[in-house]
Design a protein around this ligand. Sequence first.
Ligand code: ZN
Length: 884
Amino acid sequence: MRKIHLISAIALALAGVSMATLAATPAAAPEAELATTQLPRTVVPSHYDVAVTPHADKMTFDGKVTVAVDVLKPTTSITLNALDMAFSSVKLTPTRLKIAIADPKVTVDAAAQTATFTFPQPIPAGSYTLAMTYSGKIGTQANGLFAIDYDTKAGKQRALYTQFENSDARRFIPSWDEPAYKATFDLTATVPSAQMAVSNMPVASRTDLGNGLTRVAFQPSPKMSTYLLFFGLGDFDRATEMSDGTEIGVITQKGLTGQADFALKSSAAVLREYNDYFGVPYPLPKLDNIASPGSSQFFSAMENWGAIYTFEYALLLDPKIATLRDRQNIFGTAAHEMAHQWFGDLVTMRWWDDLWLNEGFASWMAARTTEKLHPEWHTELDAVGTREGAMSRDAVATTHPVVQHVETVEQASQAFDSITYSKGEAVIRMLEAYVGPDTWRTGVRKYIKAHAYGNTVSDDLWREVQAAAGKPITRIAHDFTLQPGIPLIRVETSACSDGKTTLKLTQGEFTKDRPNKTPLKWQVPVIAQSLGGEPVRTVVDGSATLSVPGCGPVLVNAGQSGYYRTLYAPTQFAAIKADFARLAPIDQLGLMGDTWALGMAGLEPASGYLDLAQATPADADPQIWGDIAGGFSGLHAYYRGDKARQARFDAFALKQLQPVFARVGWEAKADEGDPTTNLRTQLIGVLADLGDTAVIQEAQRRYAALASDPKAIPAALRKTVFAVVARHADAATWDKLHAEAKAETTPLIKDQLYSLLAIAEDDALAQRALDMALTDEPGATNSARMIGIAAYQHPDMAFDFALAHRAQVDKLVDSSSSSRFYPALGSSSNDPAMIGKIKAYADAHIAKGSRRAADTVIANIEYRQMVRKERLPAIDAWLAKNGG
Ligand SMILES: [Zn+2]
């Protein structure tokens, strides 16, 4: 699954960047290996025969499933997962035993999401078929089988899709809905003859039933987990391309396959790359990627085996609005979901404790593959941003280890966080750098081969990589995945002698909110390098002394593959700062990340980041300036509510960024590199945010000119210009945007316009957007996003509003996201009262074991208040001295 961060998606929107931002028998999974389960272990499924008939108009469906099961020991009851469904018949039939079994009594437990079938007599061990007839509901949010209603030029349309991860297959099929219960699936659907039905496997047969309905049977699936099953139905088109013998497909609403051409070509290239990397060819006959209008608060795409599901904004390129960032997001999303076809689908974590094996790996694989197949994008620098995202989360008290104990469905949902994804990715990057890329790949190939169609835990991977490496990595891997937190490496340098610099490295722990914490211990792989010298490697176990060839500044974590923070002694930092412009761009970024975090936490002067920004030449790598623009935007937000001090900071920030924007300009140059294209939209967004009137007026002028000149805003700038206009909208402009949103018939553009209505700075307009979100107008999956976007600038208003209308808002949020949605609305608040409000909400509405997301929002608000009180005065003093 490709997760989205609500707040980062909003920050991107505000910055004008993007709206996205078969084989083993059941006996092979013996009881003792099923470490965690919510179901009794007495009965194991091996095959499902499923027949469904959706009634899209009534938002219900009928289902019939026959499951081949093995009863491992005599039992009087069978319990499986089922949610929001009604059973009309349940029958157990022995495969070989010649006994008659009376129909069971059916008991449904809604809280446990189970159904229990109790038999009058004990059932002997053996093989059976369990046949169930039932009916279920079609939802409006992405859980289970759900409907998306959307506009087209020909009128309103409704399409159906499924979304099961982590635990919603049970809304579609009564099933053993846990990842370790792998089985094969035969799916049949009775559907309107004019529509296209899609599932994991190609269609095996079609039977015209003569009444406008067709029965579509799909080929049997490979052995897989329930959460990977997919079914889609609608007025679709499909385009295909062969790649390495596999039919790659994209499926879109009618007439839009052309907009999926980039995704199709990219998928074909990525498949060839993965077939080679994993050493096991993609095992299914086809791989579709299904584009869906709408959105979710939880995810942008899902890796159903052979039938990836992706929201349109992460798959289609509409020539009217597409940007380079969109292309990058589409490529990265497809590469992530395709990596799951091996890591997750072919080999699956045994339980949600090891979710990171899926998500950390798919994230790392996507990043690696993007760098390799699109070197012109220079996404290798993104590794630092990913690590910073993970560390920001990992440095507060509410963090958790990468491998974490999960018991409930709610906890499994909450496991889809930046620790699982981004820390997982960063730890893999570090370990790959430690053993070398070829060795790492050898380990991965052996792991995939050994566990194909099976389930694993993290140690299964470490075992293979360690065997390939011929040196111990398991302890390092355990240190970084079984305990939370971030190592801090303190660096002391002695004078240079004989052309060598000696470093003394000492390991502590970096935290944002527990300065007196006793540090945990890690074995930390460290790479150090003097400027232009050879890199030297060591593993710091508590402390280490390192001799590095060369004199002059020595950089620790050279190349930035390490997951730790580096704290230099002041003289060493000064020396590096003096040579900052000569560092490799990735090391400049890494140093800025450390300097920002250490400064805000009080371990270095808070103004260190501003020193580095000032030392950055205007012609530095565009991604460095992108980082600085982001940092300035962050500081601007810290000053929120204090206009005079904020204005002084803004003046300084504008003075740094305006010369850079003068070089980049409004108009794209033919020979500019891709990072410059991205920097343009980012700078326009941040400069407008900082109050650059020339930029705001130019955006408004272009928006107004659009009425008479369709070329007034190139597609690459459309989202950015519209975002600036919407942010600074007055009532008349807001009404105009609203009218455009209403009239728009392309879902991708329409969704974006409704989101923009929610980013107005003006309180009254934000209130109008909130009110509108509760109506049917924006579309069922847009409303929650509008509330979330309004909350970024108006957290107190949006949080209070959502709570006051909780019954209505609950219907607009995915069930898997609700324990996070409400607390997140308050997250950018500077009002200390918000902490009490979120606590009260959590006490009343969130189960005790599922409060981590809410507690993290509180920890971040507390941290921000500390920064405002303790650090901003140092920034003020620096500004006074260095001149705004
Ligand atoms: Zn994923």
